[in-house]
Design a protein around this ligand. Structure first.
Ligand SMILES: NC(=O)C1=CN([C@@H]2O[C@H](COP(=O)(O)OP(=O)(O)OC[C@H]3O[C@@H](n4cnc5c(N)ncnc54)[C@H](OP(=O)(O)O)[C@@H]3O)[C@@H](O)[C@H]2O)C=CC1
Ligand SMILES: O=C(O)[C@@H]1CCC=N1
Length: 281
């Protein structure tokens, strides 16, 4: 029992070790955001676990001050953890968690996984934060949706302090997680497809690729900023761009004829449906 309470006590005192179990694309994105920020209580120690020596070595090269481990050493890295950020692939979760189960002792687990519910994750600890974030987190301009188990609510502030450096975090009930997995998690890929299409159009009409890429990225960045800062409905901002009889309404109608709007919305729906089927143990 003494061991069981120690991680919770350390978290409450704000003196805690953070272990990132599975430190690939998303684990590294969240790690980079944390390392680029300062907040209190900051982890006293950070350890990153991977599945192979190769990726451990690459991590060590990028983050020389972080302890890294792989293979059997992950047992020790998890045993030392008071807080675990879980960043493995959903289909590997059961196997990885079973392999380090003997090192678990009621740590707080922040899961980045698609599909895995709080209830399923509670096989490993009662203290679960489910976080759905995305790759822009690495640059501090990510989005995150957060849900906590009842038992983890006491660590709400700590979880938000750890996740806020990725950009923006909001709390929502867990029933919204599959939709968030699609819109937030997969969202960058959807936006990148749109960006590629804008670039292709520009190149088709004669713009050099590099210029088209910069124009498309700045248009998307500027439009996103305008939506966030104006607080206005996107439809009203769109209407302001459409000169009667002009270029924009002409372009928009061709896009609508091609089903762009329902194509994108149905894509978001499909990704959310797939998310709901992941993580079934
Ligand atoms: N990619 C994305 O844009 C997003 C992903 N997610 C979620 O994030 C999670 C991670 O995805 P992603 O970062 O893309 O996946 P990656 O494959 O990039 O990362 C997985 C990590 O797990 C490590 N790993 C494998 N086996 C073990 C093991 N036995 N012990 C410890 N670590 C191990 C891998 O190490 P090694 O390289 O050595 O195999 C790697 O570091 C997924 O659950 C996904 O649903 C959520 C939102 C967005
Ligand atoms: O494609 C996936 O399944 C993961 C989850 C959200 C983004 N990438």
């Amino acid at each position: 029992m003494a061991t069981q309470n120690s991680s919770l006590d350390n978290l409450r005192k704000g003196t805690y070790t953070l272990t990132v179990l599975g430190c690939g694309t998303m684990g590294t994105a969240v790690l980079a955001a944390i390392l680029n920020s300062s907040f209190s209580p900051y982890p006293s120690k950070i350890i990153c676990c991977t599945g192979s020596e190769n990726s451990s070595l690459k991590l060590k090269q990028t983050y020389p001050n972080i302890e890294v481990s792989f293979g059997d050493s992950n047992l020790e890295a998890v045993a030392k953890a008071d807080l675990i950020i879980l960043g493995c692939k959903p289909f590997m979760c059961s196997q990885i968690m079973e392999s380090i189960k003997s090192s678990l002792h009621d740590q707080l687990i922040i899961s980045l996984l698609a599909g895995w519910t709080i209830k399923n994750l509670q096989t490993y600890s009662p203290y679960i934060a489910r976080v759905m974030t995305n790759t822009p987190a690495k640059y501090g301009c990510g989005m995150a949706v957060v849900s906590l188990s009842d038992e983890a609510e006491q660590f709400n502030d700590l979880v938000l302090k750890l996740i806020n450096p990725i950009g923006k975090a909001i709390k929502l009930p867990e029933k919204n997680m599959d939709a968030a997995t699609s819109l937030v998690g997969s969202g960058p890929a959807f936006c990148l497809l749109m960006m590629e299409s804008l670039i292709d159009g520009g190149v088709k009409m004669g713009l050099p690729f590099v210029a088209a890429k910069e124009c498309a990225a700045k248009v998307m960045e500027g439009t996103a900023k305008m939506v966030l800062e104006s607080g206005e409905h996107p439809a009203s901002l769109k209407s302001a761009v459409c000169t009667p009889g002009g270029t924009t309404i002409g372009g928009l109608l061709v896009m609508e004829d091609k089903g762009v709007r329902s194509g994108i919305a149905r894509g978001v729906e499909e990704a959310a449906n797939i998310a709901s089927k992941l993580g079934k143990k």
